[in-house]
Ligand binder design. Structure first.
Ligand SMILES: NC(=O)C1=CN([C@@H]2O[C@H](COP(=O)(O)OP(=O)(O)OC[C@H]3O[C@@H](n4cnc5c(N)ncnc54)[C@H](O)[C@@H]3O)[C@@H](O)[C@H]2O)[C@@H](O)CC1
Ligand SMILES: Nc1ncnc2c1ncn2[C@@H]1O[C@H](COP(=O)(O)OP(=O)(O)O)[C@@H](O)[C@H]1O
Ligand SMILES: [Mg+2]
Length: 281
């Protein structure tokens, strides 16, 4: 098992070249935010924006859009009832991040089915939170048609999806469960805990040595899902890129925790551009 290092983060975060434009840094679509959990979607979108994604669009319950635009006018928004537009948005994105605050109701199931049916082999798909629980309940909702498929469960979500109890979540069982879920070997598992592990299906594992308990606040994982999306839109969507996203999320939190008792997810996002600058190479 390898450890996520500051050197690894520096090899992933590239200095931007002059002759580039927003289209070179990833078209991201984030899907989530039912009425109760609009904040989850907003925090994920802020993670994506602040990690440098070129173009960020969300699709969510209409009720969240004014709040999102008040905070972040850089982000485009689409009412998730507009299913024709939503299909087009899925198809035209480089990276789709689905599940933060999506909920588990019929609407959420329909939206995940739409993602499953419209994602293509050119795209990176990240599944978080409710998307994972929906798949746990109904295995045929699992989208298998993306280029790279990234799962980002916390230990309880992984228990529900894989059937492995938290106390039994060993590397061997985790990888076997990933192989059972995704047979075409294009998946990455980000198993979140106080020391998150990132697995691929070739047997590689990265352990995150960074992070602190000030991060134990709702929205911290939503923010990470957005950052992983942002990294996969800008840099090649590999195991190392995902591991670097996990690492930088915790390093920013560690910086904030030097002088604060807790780390607000929105504050973490706001500090990302400054800390990423220190690691660019
Ligand atoms: N402001 C918001 O709108 C927020 C919305 N959220 C959304 O709420 C929905 C439910 O997700 P939750 O994760 O809250 O609920 P879950 O019921 O899925 O899981 C949370 C529970 O799992 C247990 N657990 C065990 N090990 C854990 C670990 N390593 N990390 C985290 N929890 C662990 C804890 O008892 C915890 O209360 C998701 O769609 C999520 O995106 C949350 O992300 C919180 C913030
Ligand atoms: N005690 C801790 N030490 C280090 N990191 C933590 C700790 N508690 C939570 N985290 C991190 O915070 C995030 C929590 O993710 P998640 O439970 O999905 O949050 P949410 O769904 O509320 O946004 C993960 O990245 C996890 O590694
Ligand atoms: Mg979560």
């Amino acid at each position: 098992m390898k450890s996520i290092s500051k050197e690894l983060i520096s090899t992933v975060i590239k200095k931007r070249k002059s002759a580039t434009h927003k289209g070179n840094y990833g078209r991201l679509l984030l899907i989530g935010g039912s009425k109760k959990y609009g904040g989850a979607l907003i925090m994920a979108a802020e993670g994506a924006l602040n990690s440098g994604a070129g173009l960020v669009t969300v699709t969510t319950d209409q009720v969240n859009i004014a709040a999102l635009h008040t905070r972040d006018p850089e982000i485009m928004a689409l009412n998730w009832d507009e299913s024709i537009e939503l299909k087009k948005s899925i198809k035209s994105s480089d990276v789709v991040v689905c599940g933060m605050g999506l909920g588990l109701d019929e609407k959420a199931q329909q939206i995940l089915a739409l993602v499953r049916d419209n994602i293509t082999l050119k795209q990176t798909l990240i599944l978080d939170a409710s998307a994972l629980d929906l798949i746990g309940q109904q295995k045929d909702l699992l989208p298998l048609n993306s280029k790279i498929l990234i799962f980002t469960p916390h230990q309880m979500e992984w228990q529900r999806l894989s059937g492995i109890k938290i106390s039994d979540q060993s590397d061997e069982l985790n990888r076997a469960a990933l192989d059972k879920l995704v047979k075409n070997k294009n998946a990455i598992l980000v198993l979140k805990s106080n020391h998150t592990k990132v697995y691929d299906q070739a047997g590689n594992i990265y352990l995150n040595p960074f992070g602190n308990p000030g991060m134990a606040i709702g929205g911290m994982g939503d923010t990470l899902a957005g950052i992983i999306g942002g990294f996969c839109g800008q840099f090649p969507p590999t195991l190392e890129t995902v591991a670097a996203a996990v690492g930088i999320h915790s390093l920013v939190a560690d910086k904030i925790a030097e002088r604060q008792y807790i780390v607000r997810p929105t504050q973490l996002s706001a500090h990302l551009p400054e800390i990423m600058k220190q690691y660019e190479k």
